[in-house]
Design a protein around this ligand. Sequence first.
Ligand code: AMP
Ligand code: MG
Length: 516
Amino acid sequence: MPNAATDALTRTPFDVPFGTSPGIAALGERFFTRLAPTPLPSPYVVSVAPAAAALLGWTEAGLRDAAKDPAFIDTFIGNAVPDWADPLATVYSGHQFGVWAGQLGDGRAIRLAEARMPDGPWEIQLKGAGLTPYSRMADGRAVLRSSIREYLCSEAMYSLGVPTTRAMSIIGSDAPVRRESIETSAVVTRLAPSFIRFGHFEHFAAREDHASLRALADFVIDNFYPACRDAANPYQALLREVSLLTADLVAHWQAIGFCHGVMNTDNMSILGLTIDYGPFGFLDAFDGNHICNHSDQQGRYAYSQQPQIAFWNLHCLAQALLPLWRDAEATDPEAEKEAAVAAAREALDPFRDRYAAAFFRHYRAKLGLRSEHDQDEALMTNLFRVLHANRVDYTIFWRSLGRISSHDASQDAPVRDLFLDRAAWDAWAAEYRARLQAEQSDDAARAAAMLAVNPKYVLRNHLAETAIRAAREKDFSEVDRLLAVLSKPFDEQPEAEHYAALPPDWASGLEVSCSS
Ligand code: AMP
Ligand code: MG
């Protein structure tokens, strides 16, 4: 698909086993700017992810072979544009830290193409591929550090069963990039059915470009929410569906102890995917108010705030979609406005119940409970209180809990010893045991069920940091090892036991911020 924007670049013979579709390009140029990635010198493969590449039809052997081909490297760092590509950067706006930020957009991400796969479209996007019209004051690049974090976490989240964008490769270049210090560059190839964010809708709403707003909503409905088409008000139905998926997503984050870190509306996927991995973190010691992003001084995006913030962001989306069901010709404009707002509220309303349902489903499963009981909420609240007071390691706690006996407290040591206040554990454990006995829990079956939902391996900051430090010395083996371990988060992996251990002392000094 040659075009003027890319003719300047070498075209590569590198081919892929899929056809493409225009995707968002079909919407017209108010939505994006066509442009080629900016080349980087002397690129090298840092890592490739077979599970993600399979989405584009590659076998693992095919991928490993392709990754030796300079044409592959050139394609996925953006040094050559293959014939199947139609590279473009999209425009969006958004609320950042609760404040309207105006126009943002793909400042360093370039969509290469939309692959048309049997299971639907997969957009192929290069993150860190150079300046775009939406880069504002920044450089269009991503550093190796943040690229490794995004790559590993995307794939880890997928294996945890959490909806997410995917990552297929990291290609590095020693081209320097200035952050707090000088770092090197990398490009992550991300995949998602769509990278459309709440912010895309906010953009056209803010400009009062209602034709584009409608075209965008129609595009999303037709491609991803076709059932909404049958609703009396398809746009209201879309808002409702996005609310439900977002509720499910955030409940899942809470359950696995994931903190996103920058839940700005431009980082909220219209498909309910986890998107834009920056200063994210998994809980180590449980702190309900944990703030993973060092740049987030107010704790707006603290762990405990995520559900509220998701709901706040959905209100921004609602505000943006509202013009699609306003009636300019209404005889009573006041009443019309009230009715339109009421329709938005009605679409957002199910969020709370859906979130609560998903939350209880996750935590009942984590606790190994088969039945529902009125007192489960109190059981959970009491648990969070003692976990918080004792700063118990979240992942290790859940993993160990599956192994306690429902009738014999004398074998509690592996869990009990995680608590400084042993009496607090004893009190809660008595409550929990009574609950298990009440439903005649079978210890072996419960243990198996709990081990299938409480992961042993998550991407703790210090694990990513170890891989990053080695990668800076050109040893990429730790990235690959982590990718492999995190692809089976629920399995016992005896050779990887240390990846499941408490963070080392040096980890407490690690800070992650918006700098990426
Ligand atoms: P983020 O906080 O990473 O979600 O980014 C917010 C906005 O800043 C988005 O529009 C990004 O594309 C843009 N952005 C972030 N980092 C860079 C960069 N290094 N170069 C260009 N744009 C960037
Ligand atoms: Mg972003």
